[in-house]
Design a protein around this ligand. Sequence first.
Ligand SMILES: Nc1ncnc2c1ncn2[C@@H]1O[C@H](COP(=O)(O)OP(=O)(O)O)[C@@H](O)[C@H]1O
Ligand SMILES: [Mg+2]
Length: 364
Amino acid sequence: MKALRRYLNSQRPSLFAFLSLVWVFLIGVIDYMTGVQISLSIFYLMPIAFAAWFVGKRVGVSIAIASVVAWLSCELLWNIPYSNPFIPYWNAAVRLSVFIIIVFLLSKIKTFNRNLEEKIQERTAALIAEVDERKLAGEKILSYQKDLQMLMQRLSLLEEQKRKEISEELHDNIGQTLALSKIKLTSLQQSTSCPDISSELKEIRELIEQSIQFTRSLSFELSSPILHKLGFIAAIKWLCEHFKEKYGITIEFTHDDIFRQLDADKNVLLFKTIQELLINIVKHANTHMARITMTSEGNNLRIEVKDEGVGLDTSNGDYNRKGSLGLFIIKERINYLGGTFEIASEPKCGTRCTIVVPYKREMV
Ligand SMILES: Nc1ncnc2c1ncn2[C@@H]1O[C@H](COP(=O)(O)OP(=O)(O)O)[C@@H](O)[C@H]1O
Ligand SMILES: [Mg+2]
């Protein structure tokens, strides 16, 4: 139907005007031949409507006049005995008025239709442009999000690198110098016979010993050398002991024995993540017990950090309090590693954080 309308609209108006005129002539001939008793009025209307719709108002009116003339000619040729000779002309005038009204109505409808179509087309084009724009904006946001994720992880890795360097400097330079000073002071203390000086030297030696202890623990806190030297599992074991010592929290750590090493960057990022989750337990869970479980599932490593503490409300899916970024950063970090991070918790029922990341399995 649409195709036919498009085809008709694309034809030349003069052709339609001519066809309408031929149509009127044929109806006039048929009307004359069928006689006065059979009415063909509706058939006269057809070429008029056709011309008004496809050619225009003016041609419509001309065809209406032609129709009325054809109809009147038939009436005159039939020689109907009217009581008044003007009756056929009066009838013709009435018909003409009706036809002209129809022509005007049709052209009004046509104009309204055309305007409506134009408006729909305009609106559709605007909508398509808006959808394209939104799609583009969405793609841009996604790409920014990916860039930000990458930037965040690079910053984390850079921070760890710097911590490691400072920790090594502390251990290798300050720590060594302090240890050497302590040895020298010991021998000086042993060589002196003056009790006052000896007691002063003892005090200084004890102060140096404290500094050595402080430097050592600061060096460990800054960056665990175990992670870089002995690997992920050993570092997590150390972390558990460190938390027990420092915060009095017992962490049970179990793991599959089938994986050896993740790549270095993944090691650092996962270590930091577990550290952050344990700090959360210390800060928020109000418990002295926690559990870390690591299992391999196909090509994925699954890490579960669980506590039996106060829990948090995750029902509205929004556990990021204003200004709290820890869990948000973890989620972004795990996304960056191609994995998933989920929290399951209910108030007073403890919290279970589950990380699943892809990793290459290496048999020990
Ligand atoms: N193990 C947990 N037990 C109870 N609540 C927790 C736990 N971990 C996180 N939360 C809650 O989730 C919030 C968001 O944590 P996080 O993003 O790490 O920020 P922050 O630790 O800086 O507050 C915390 O403020 C706390 O209310
Ligand atoms: Mg936190």
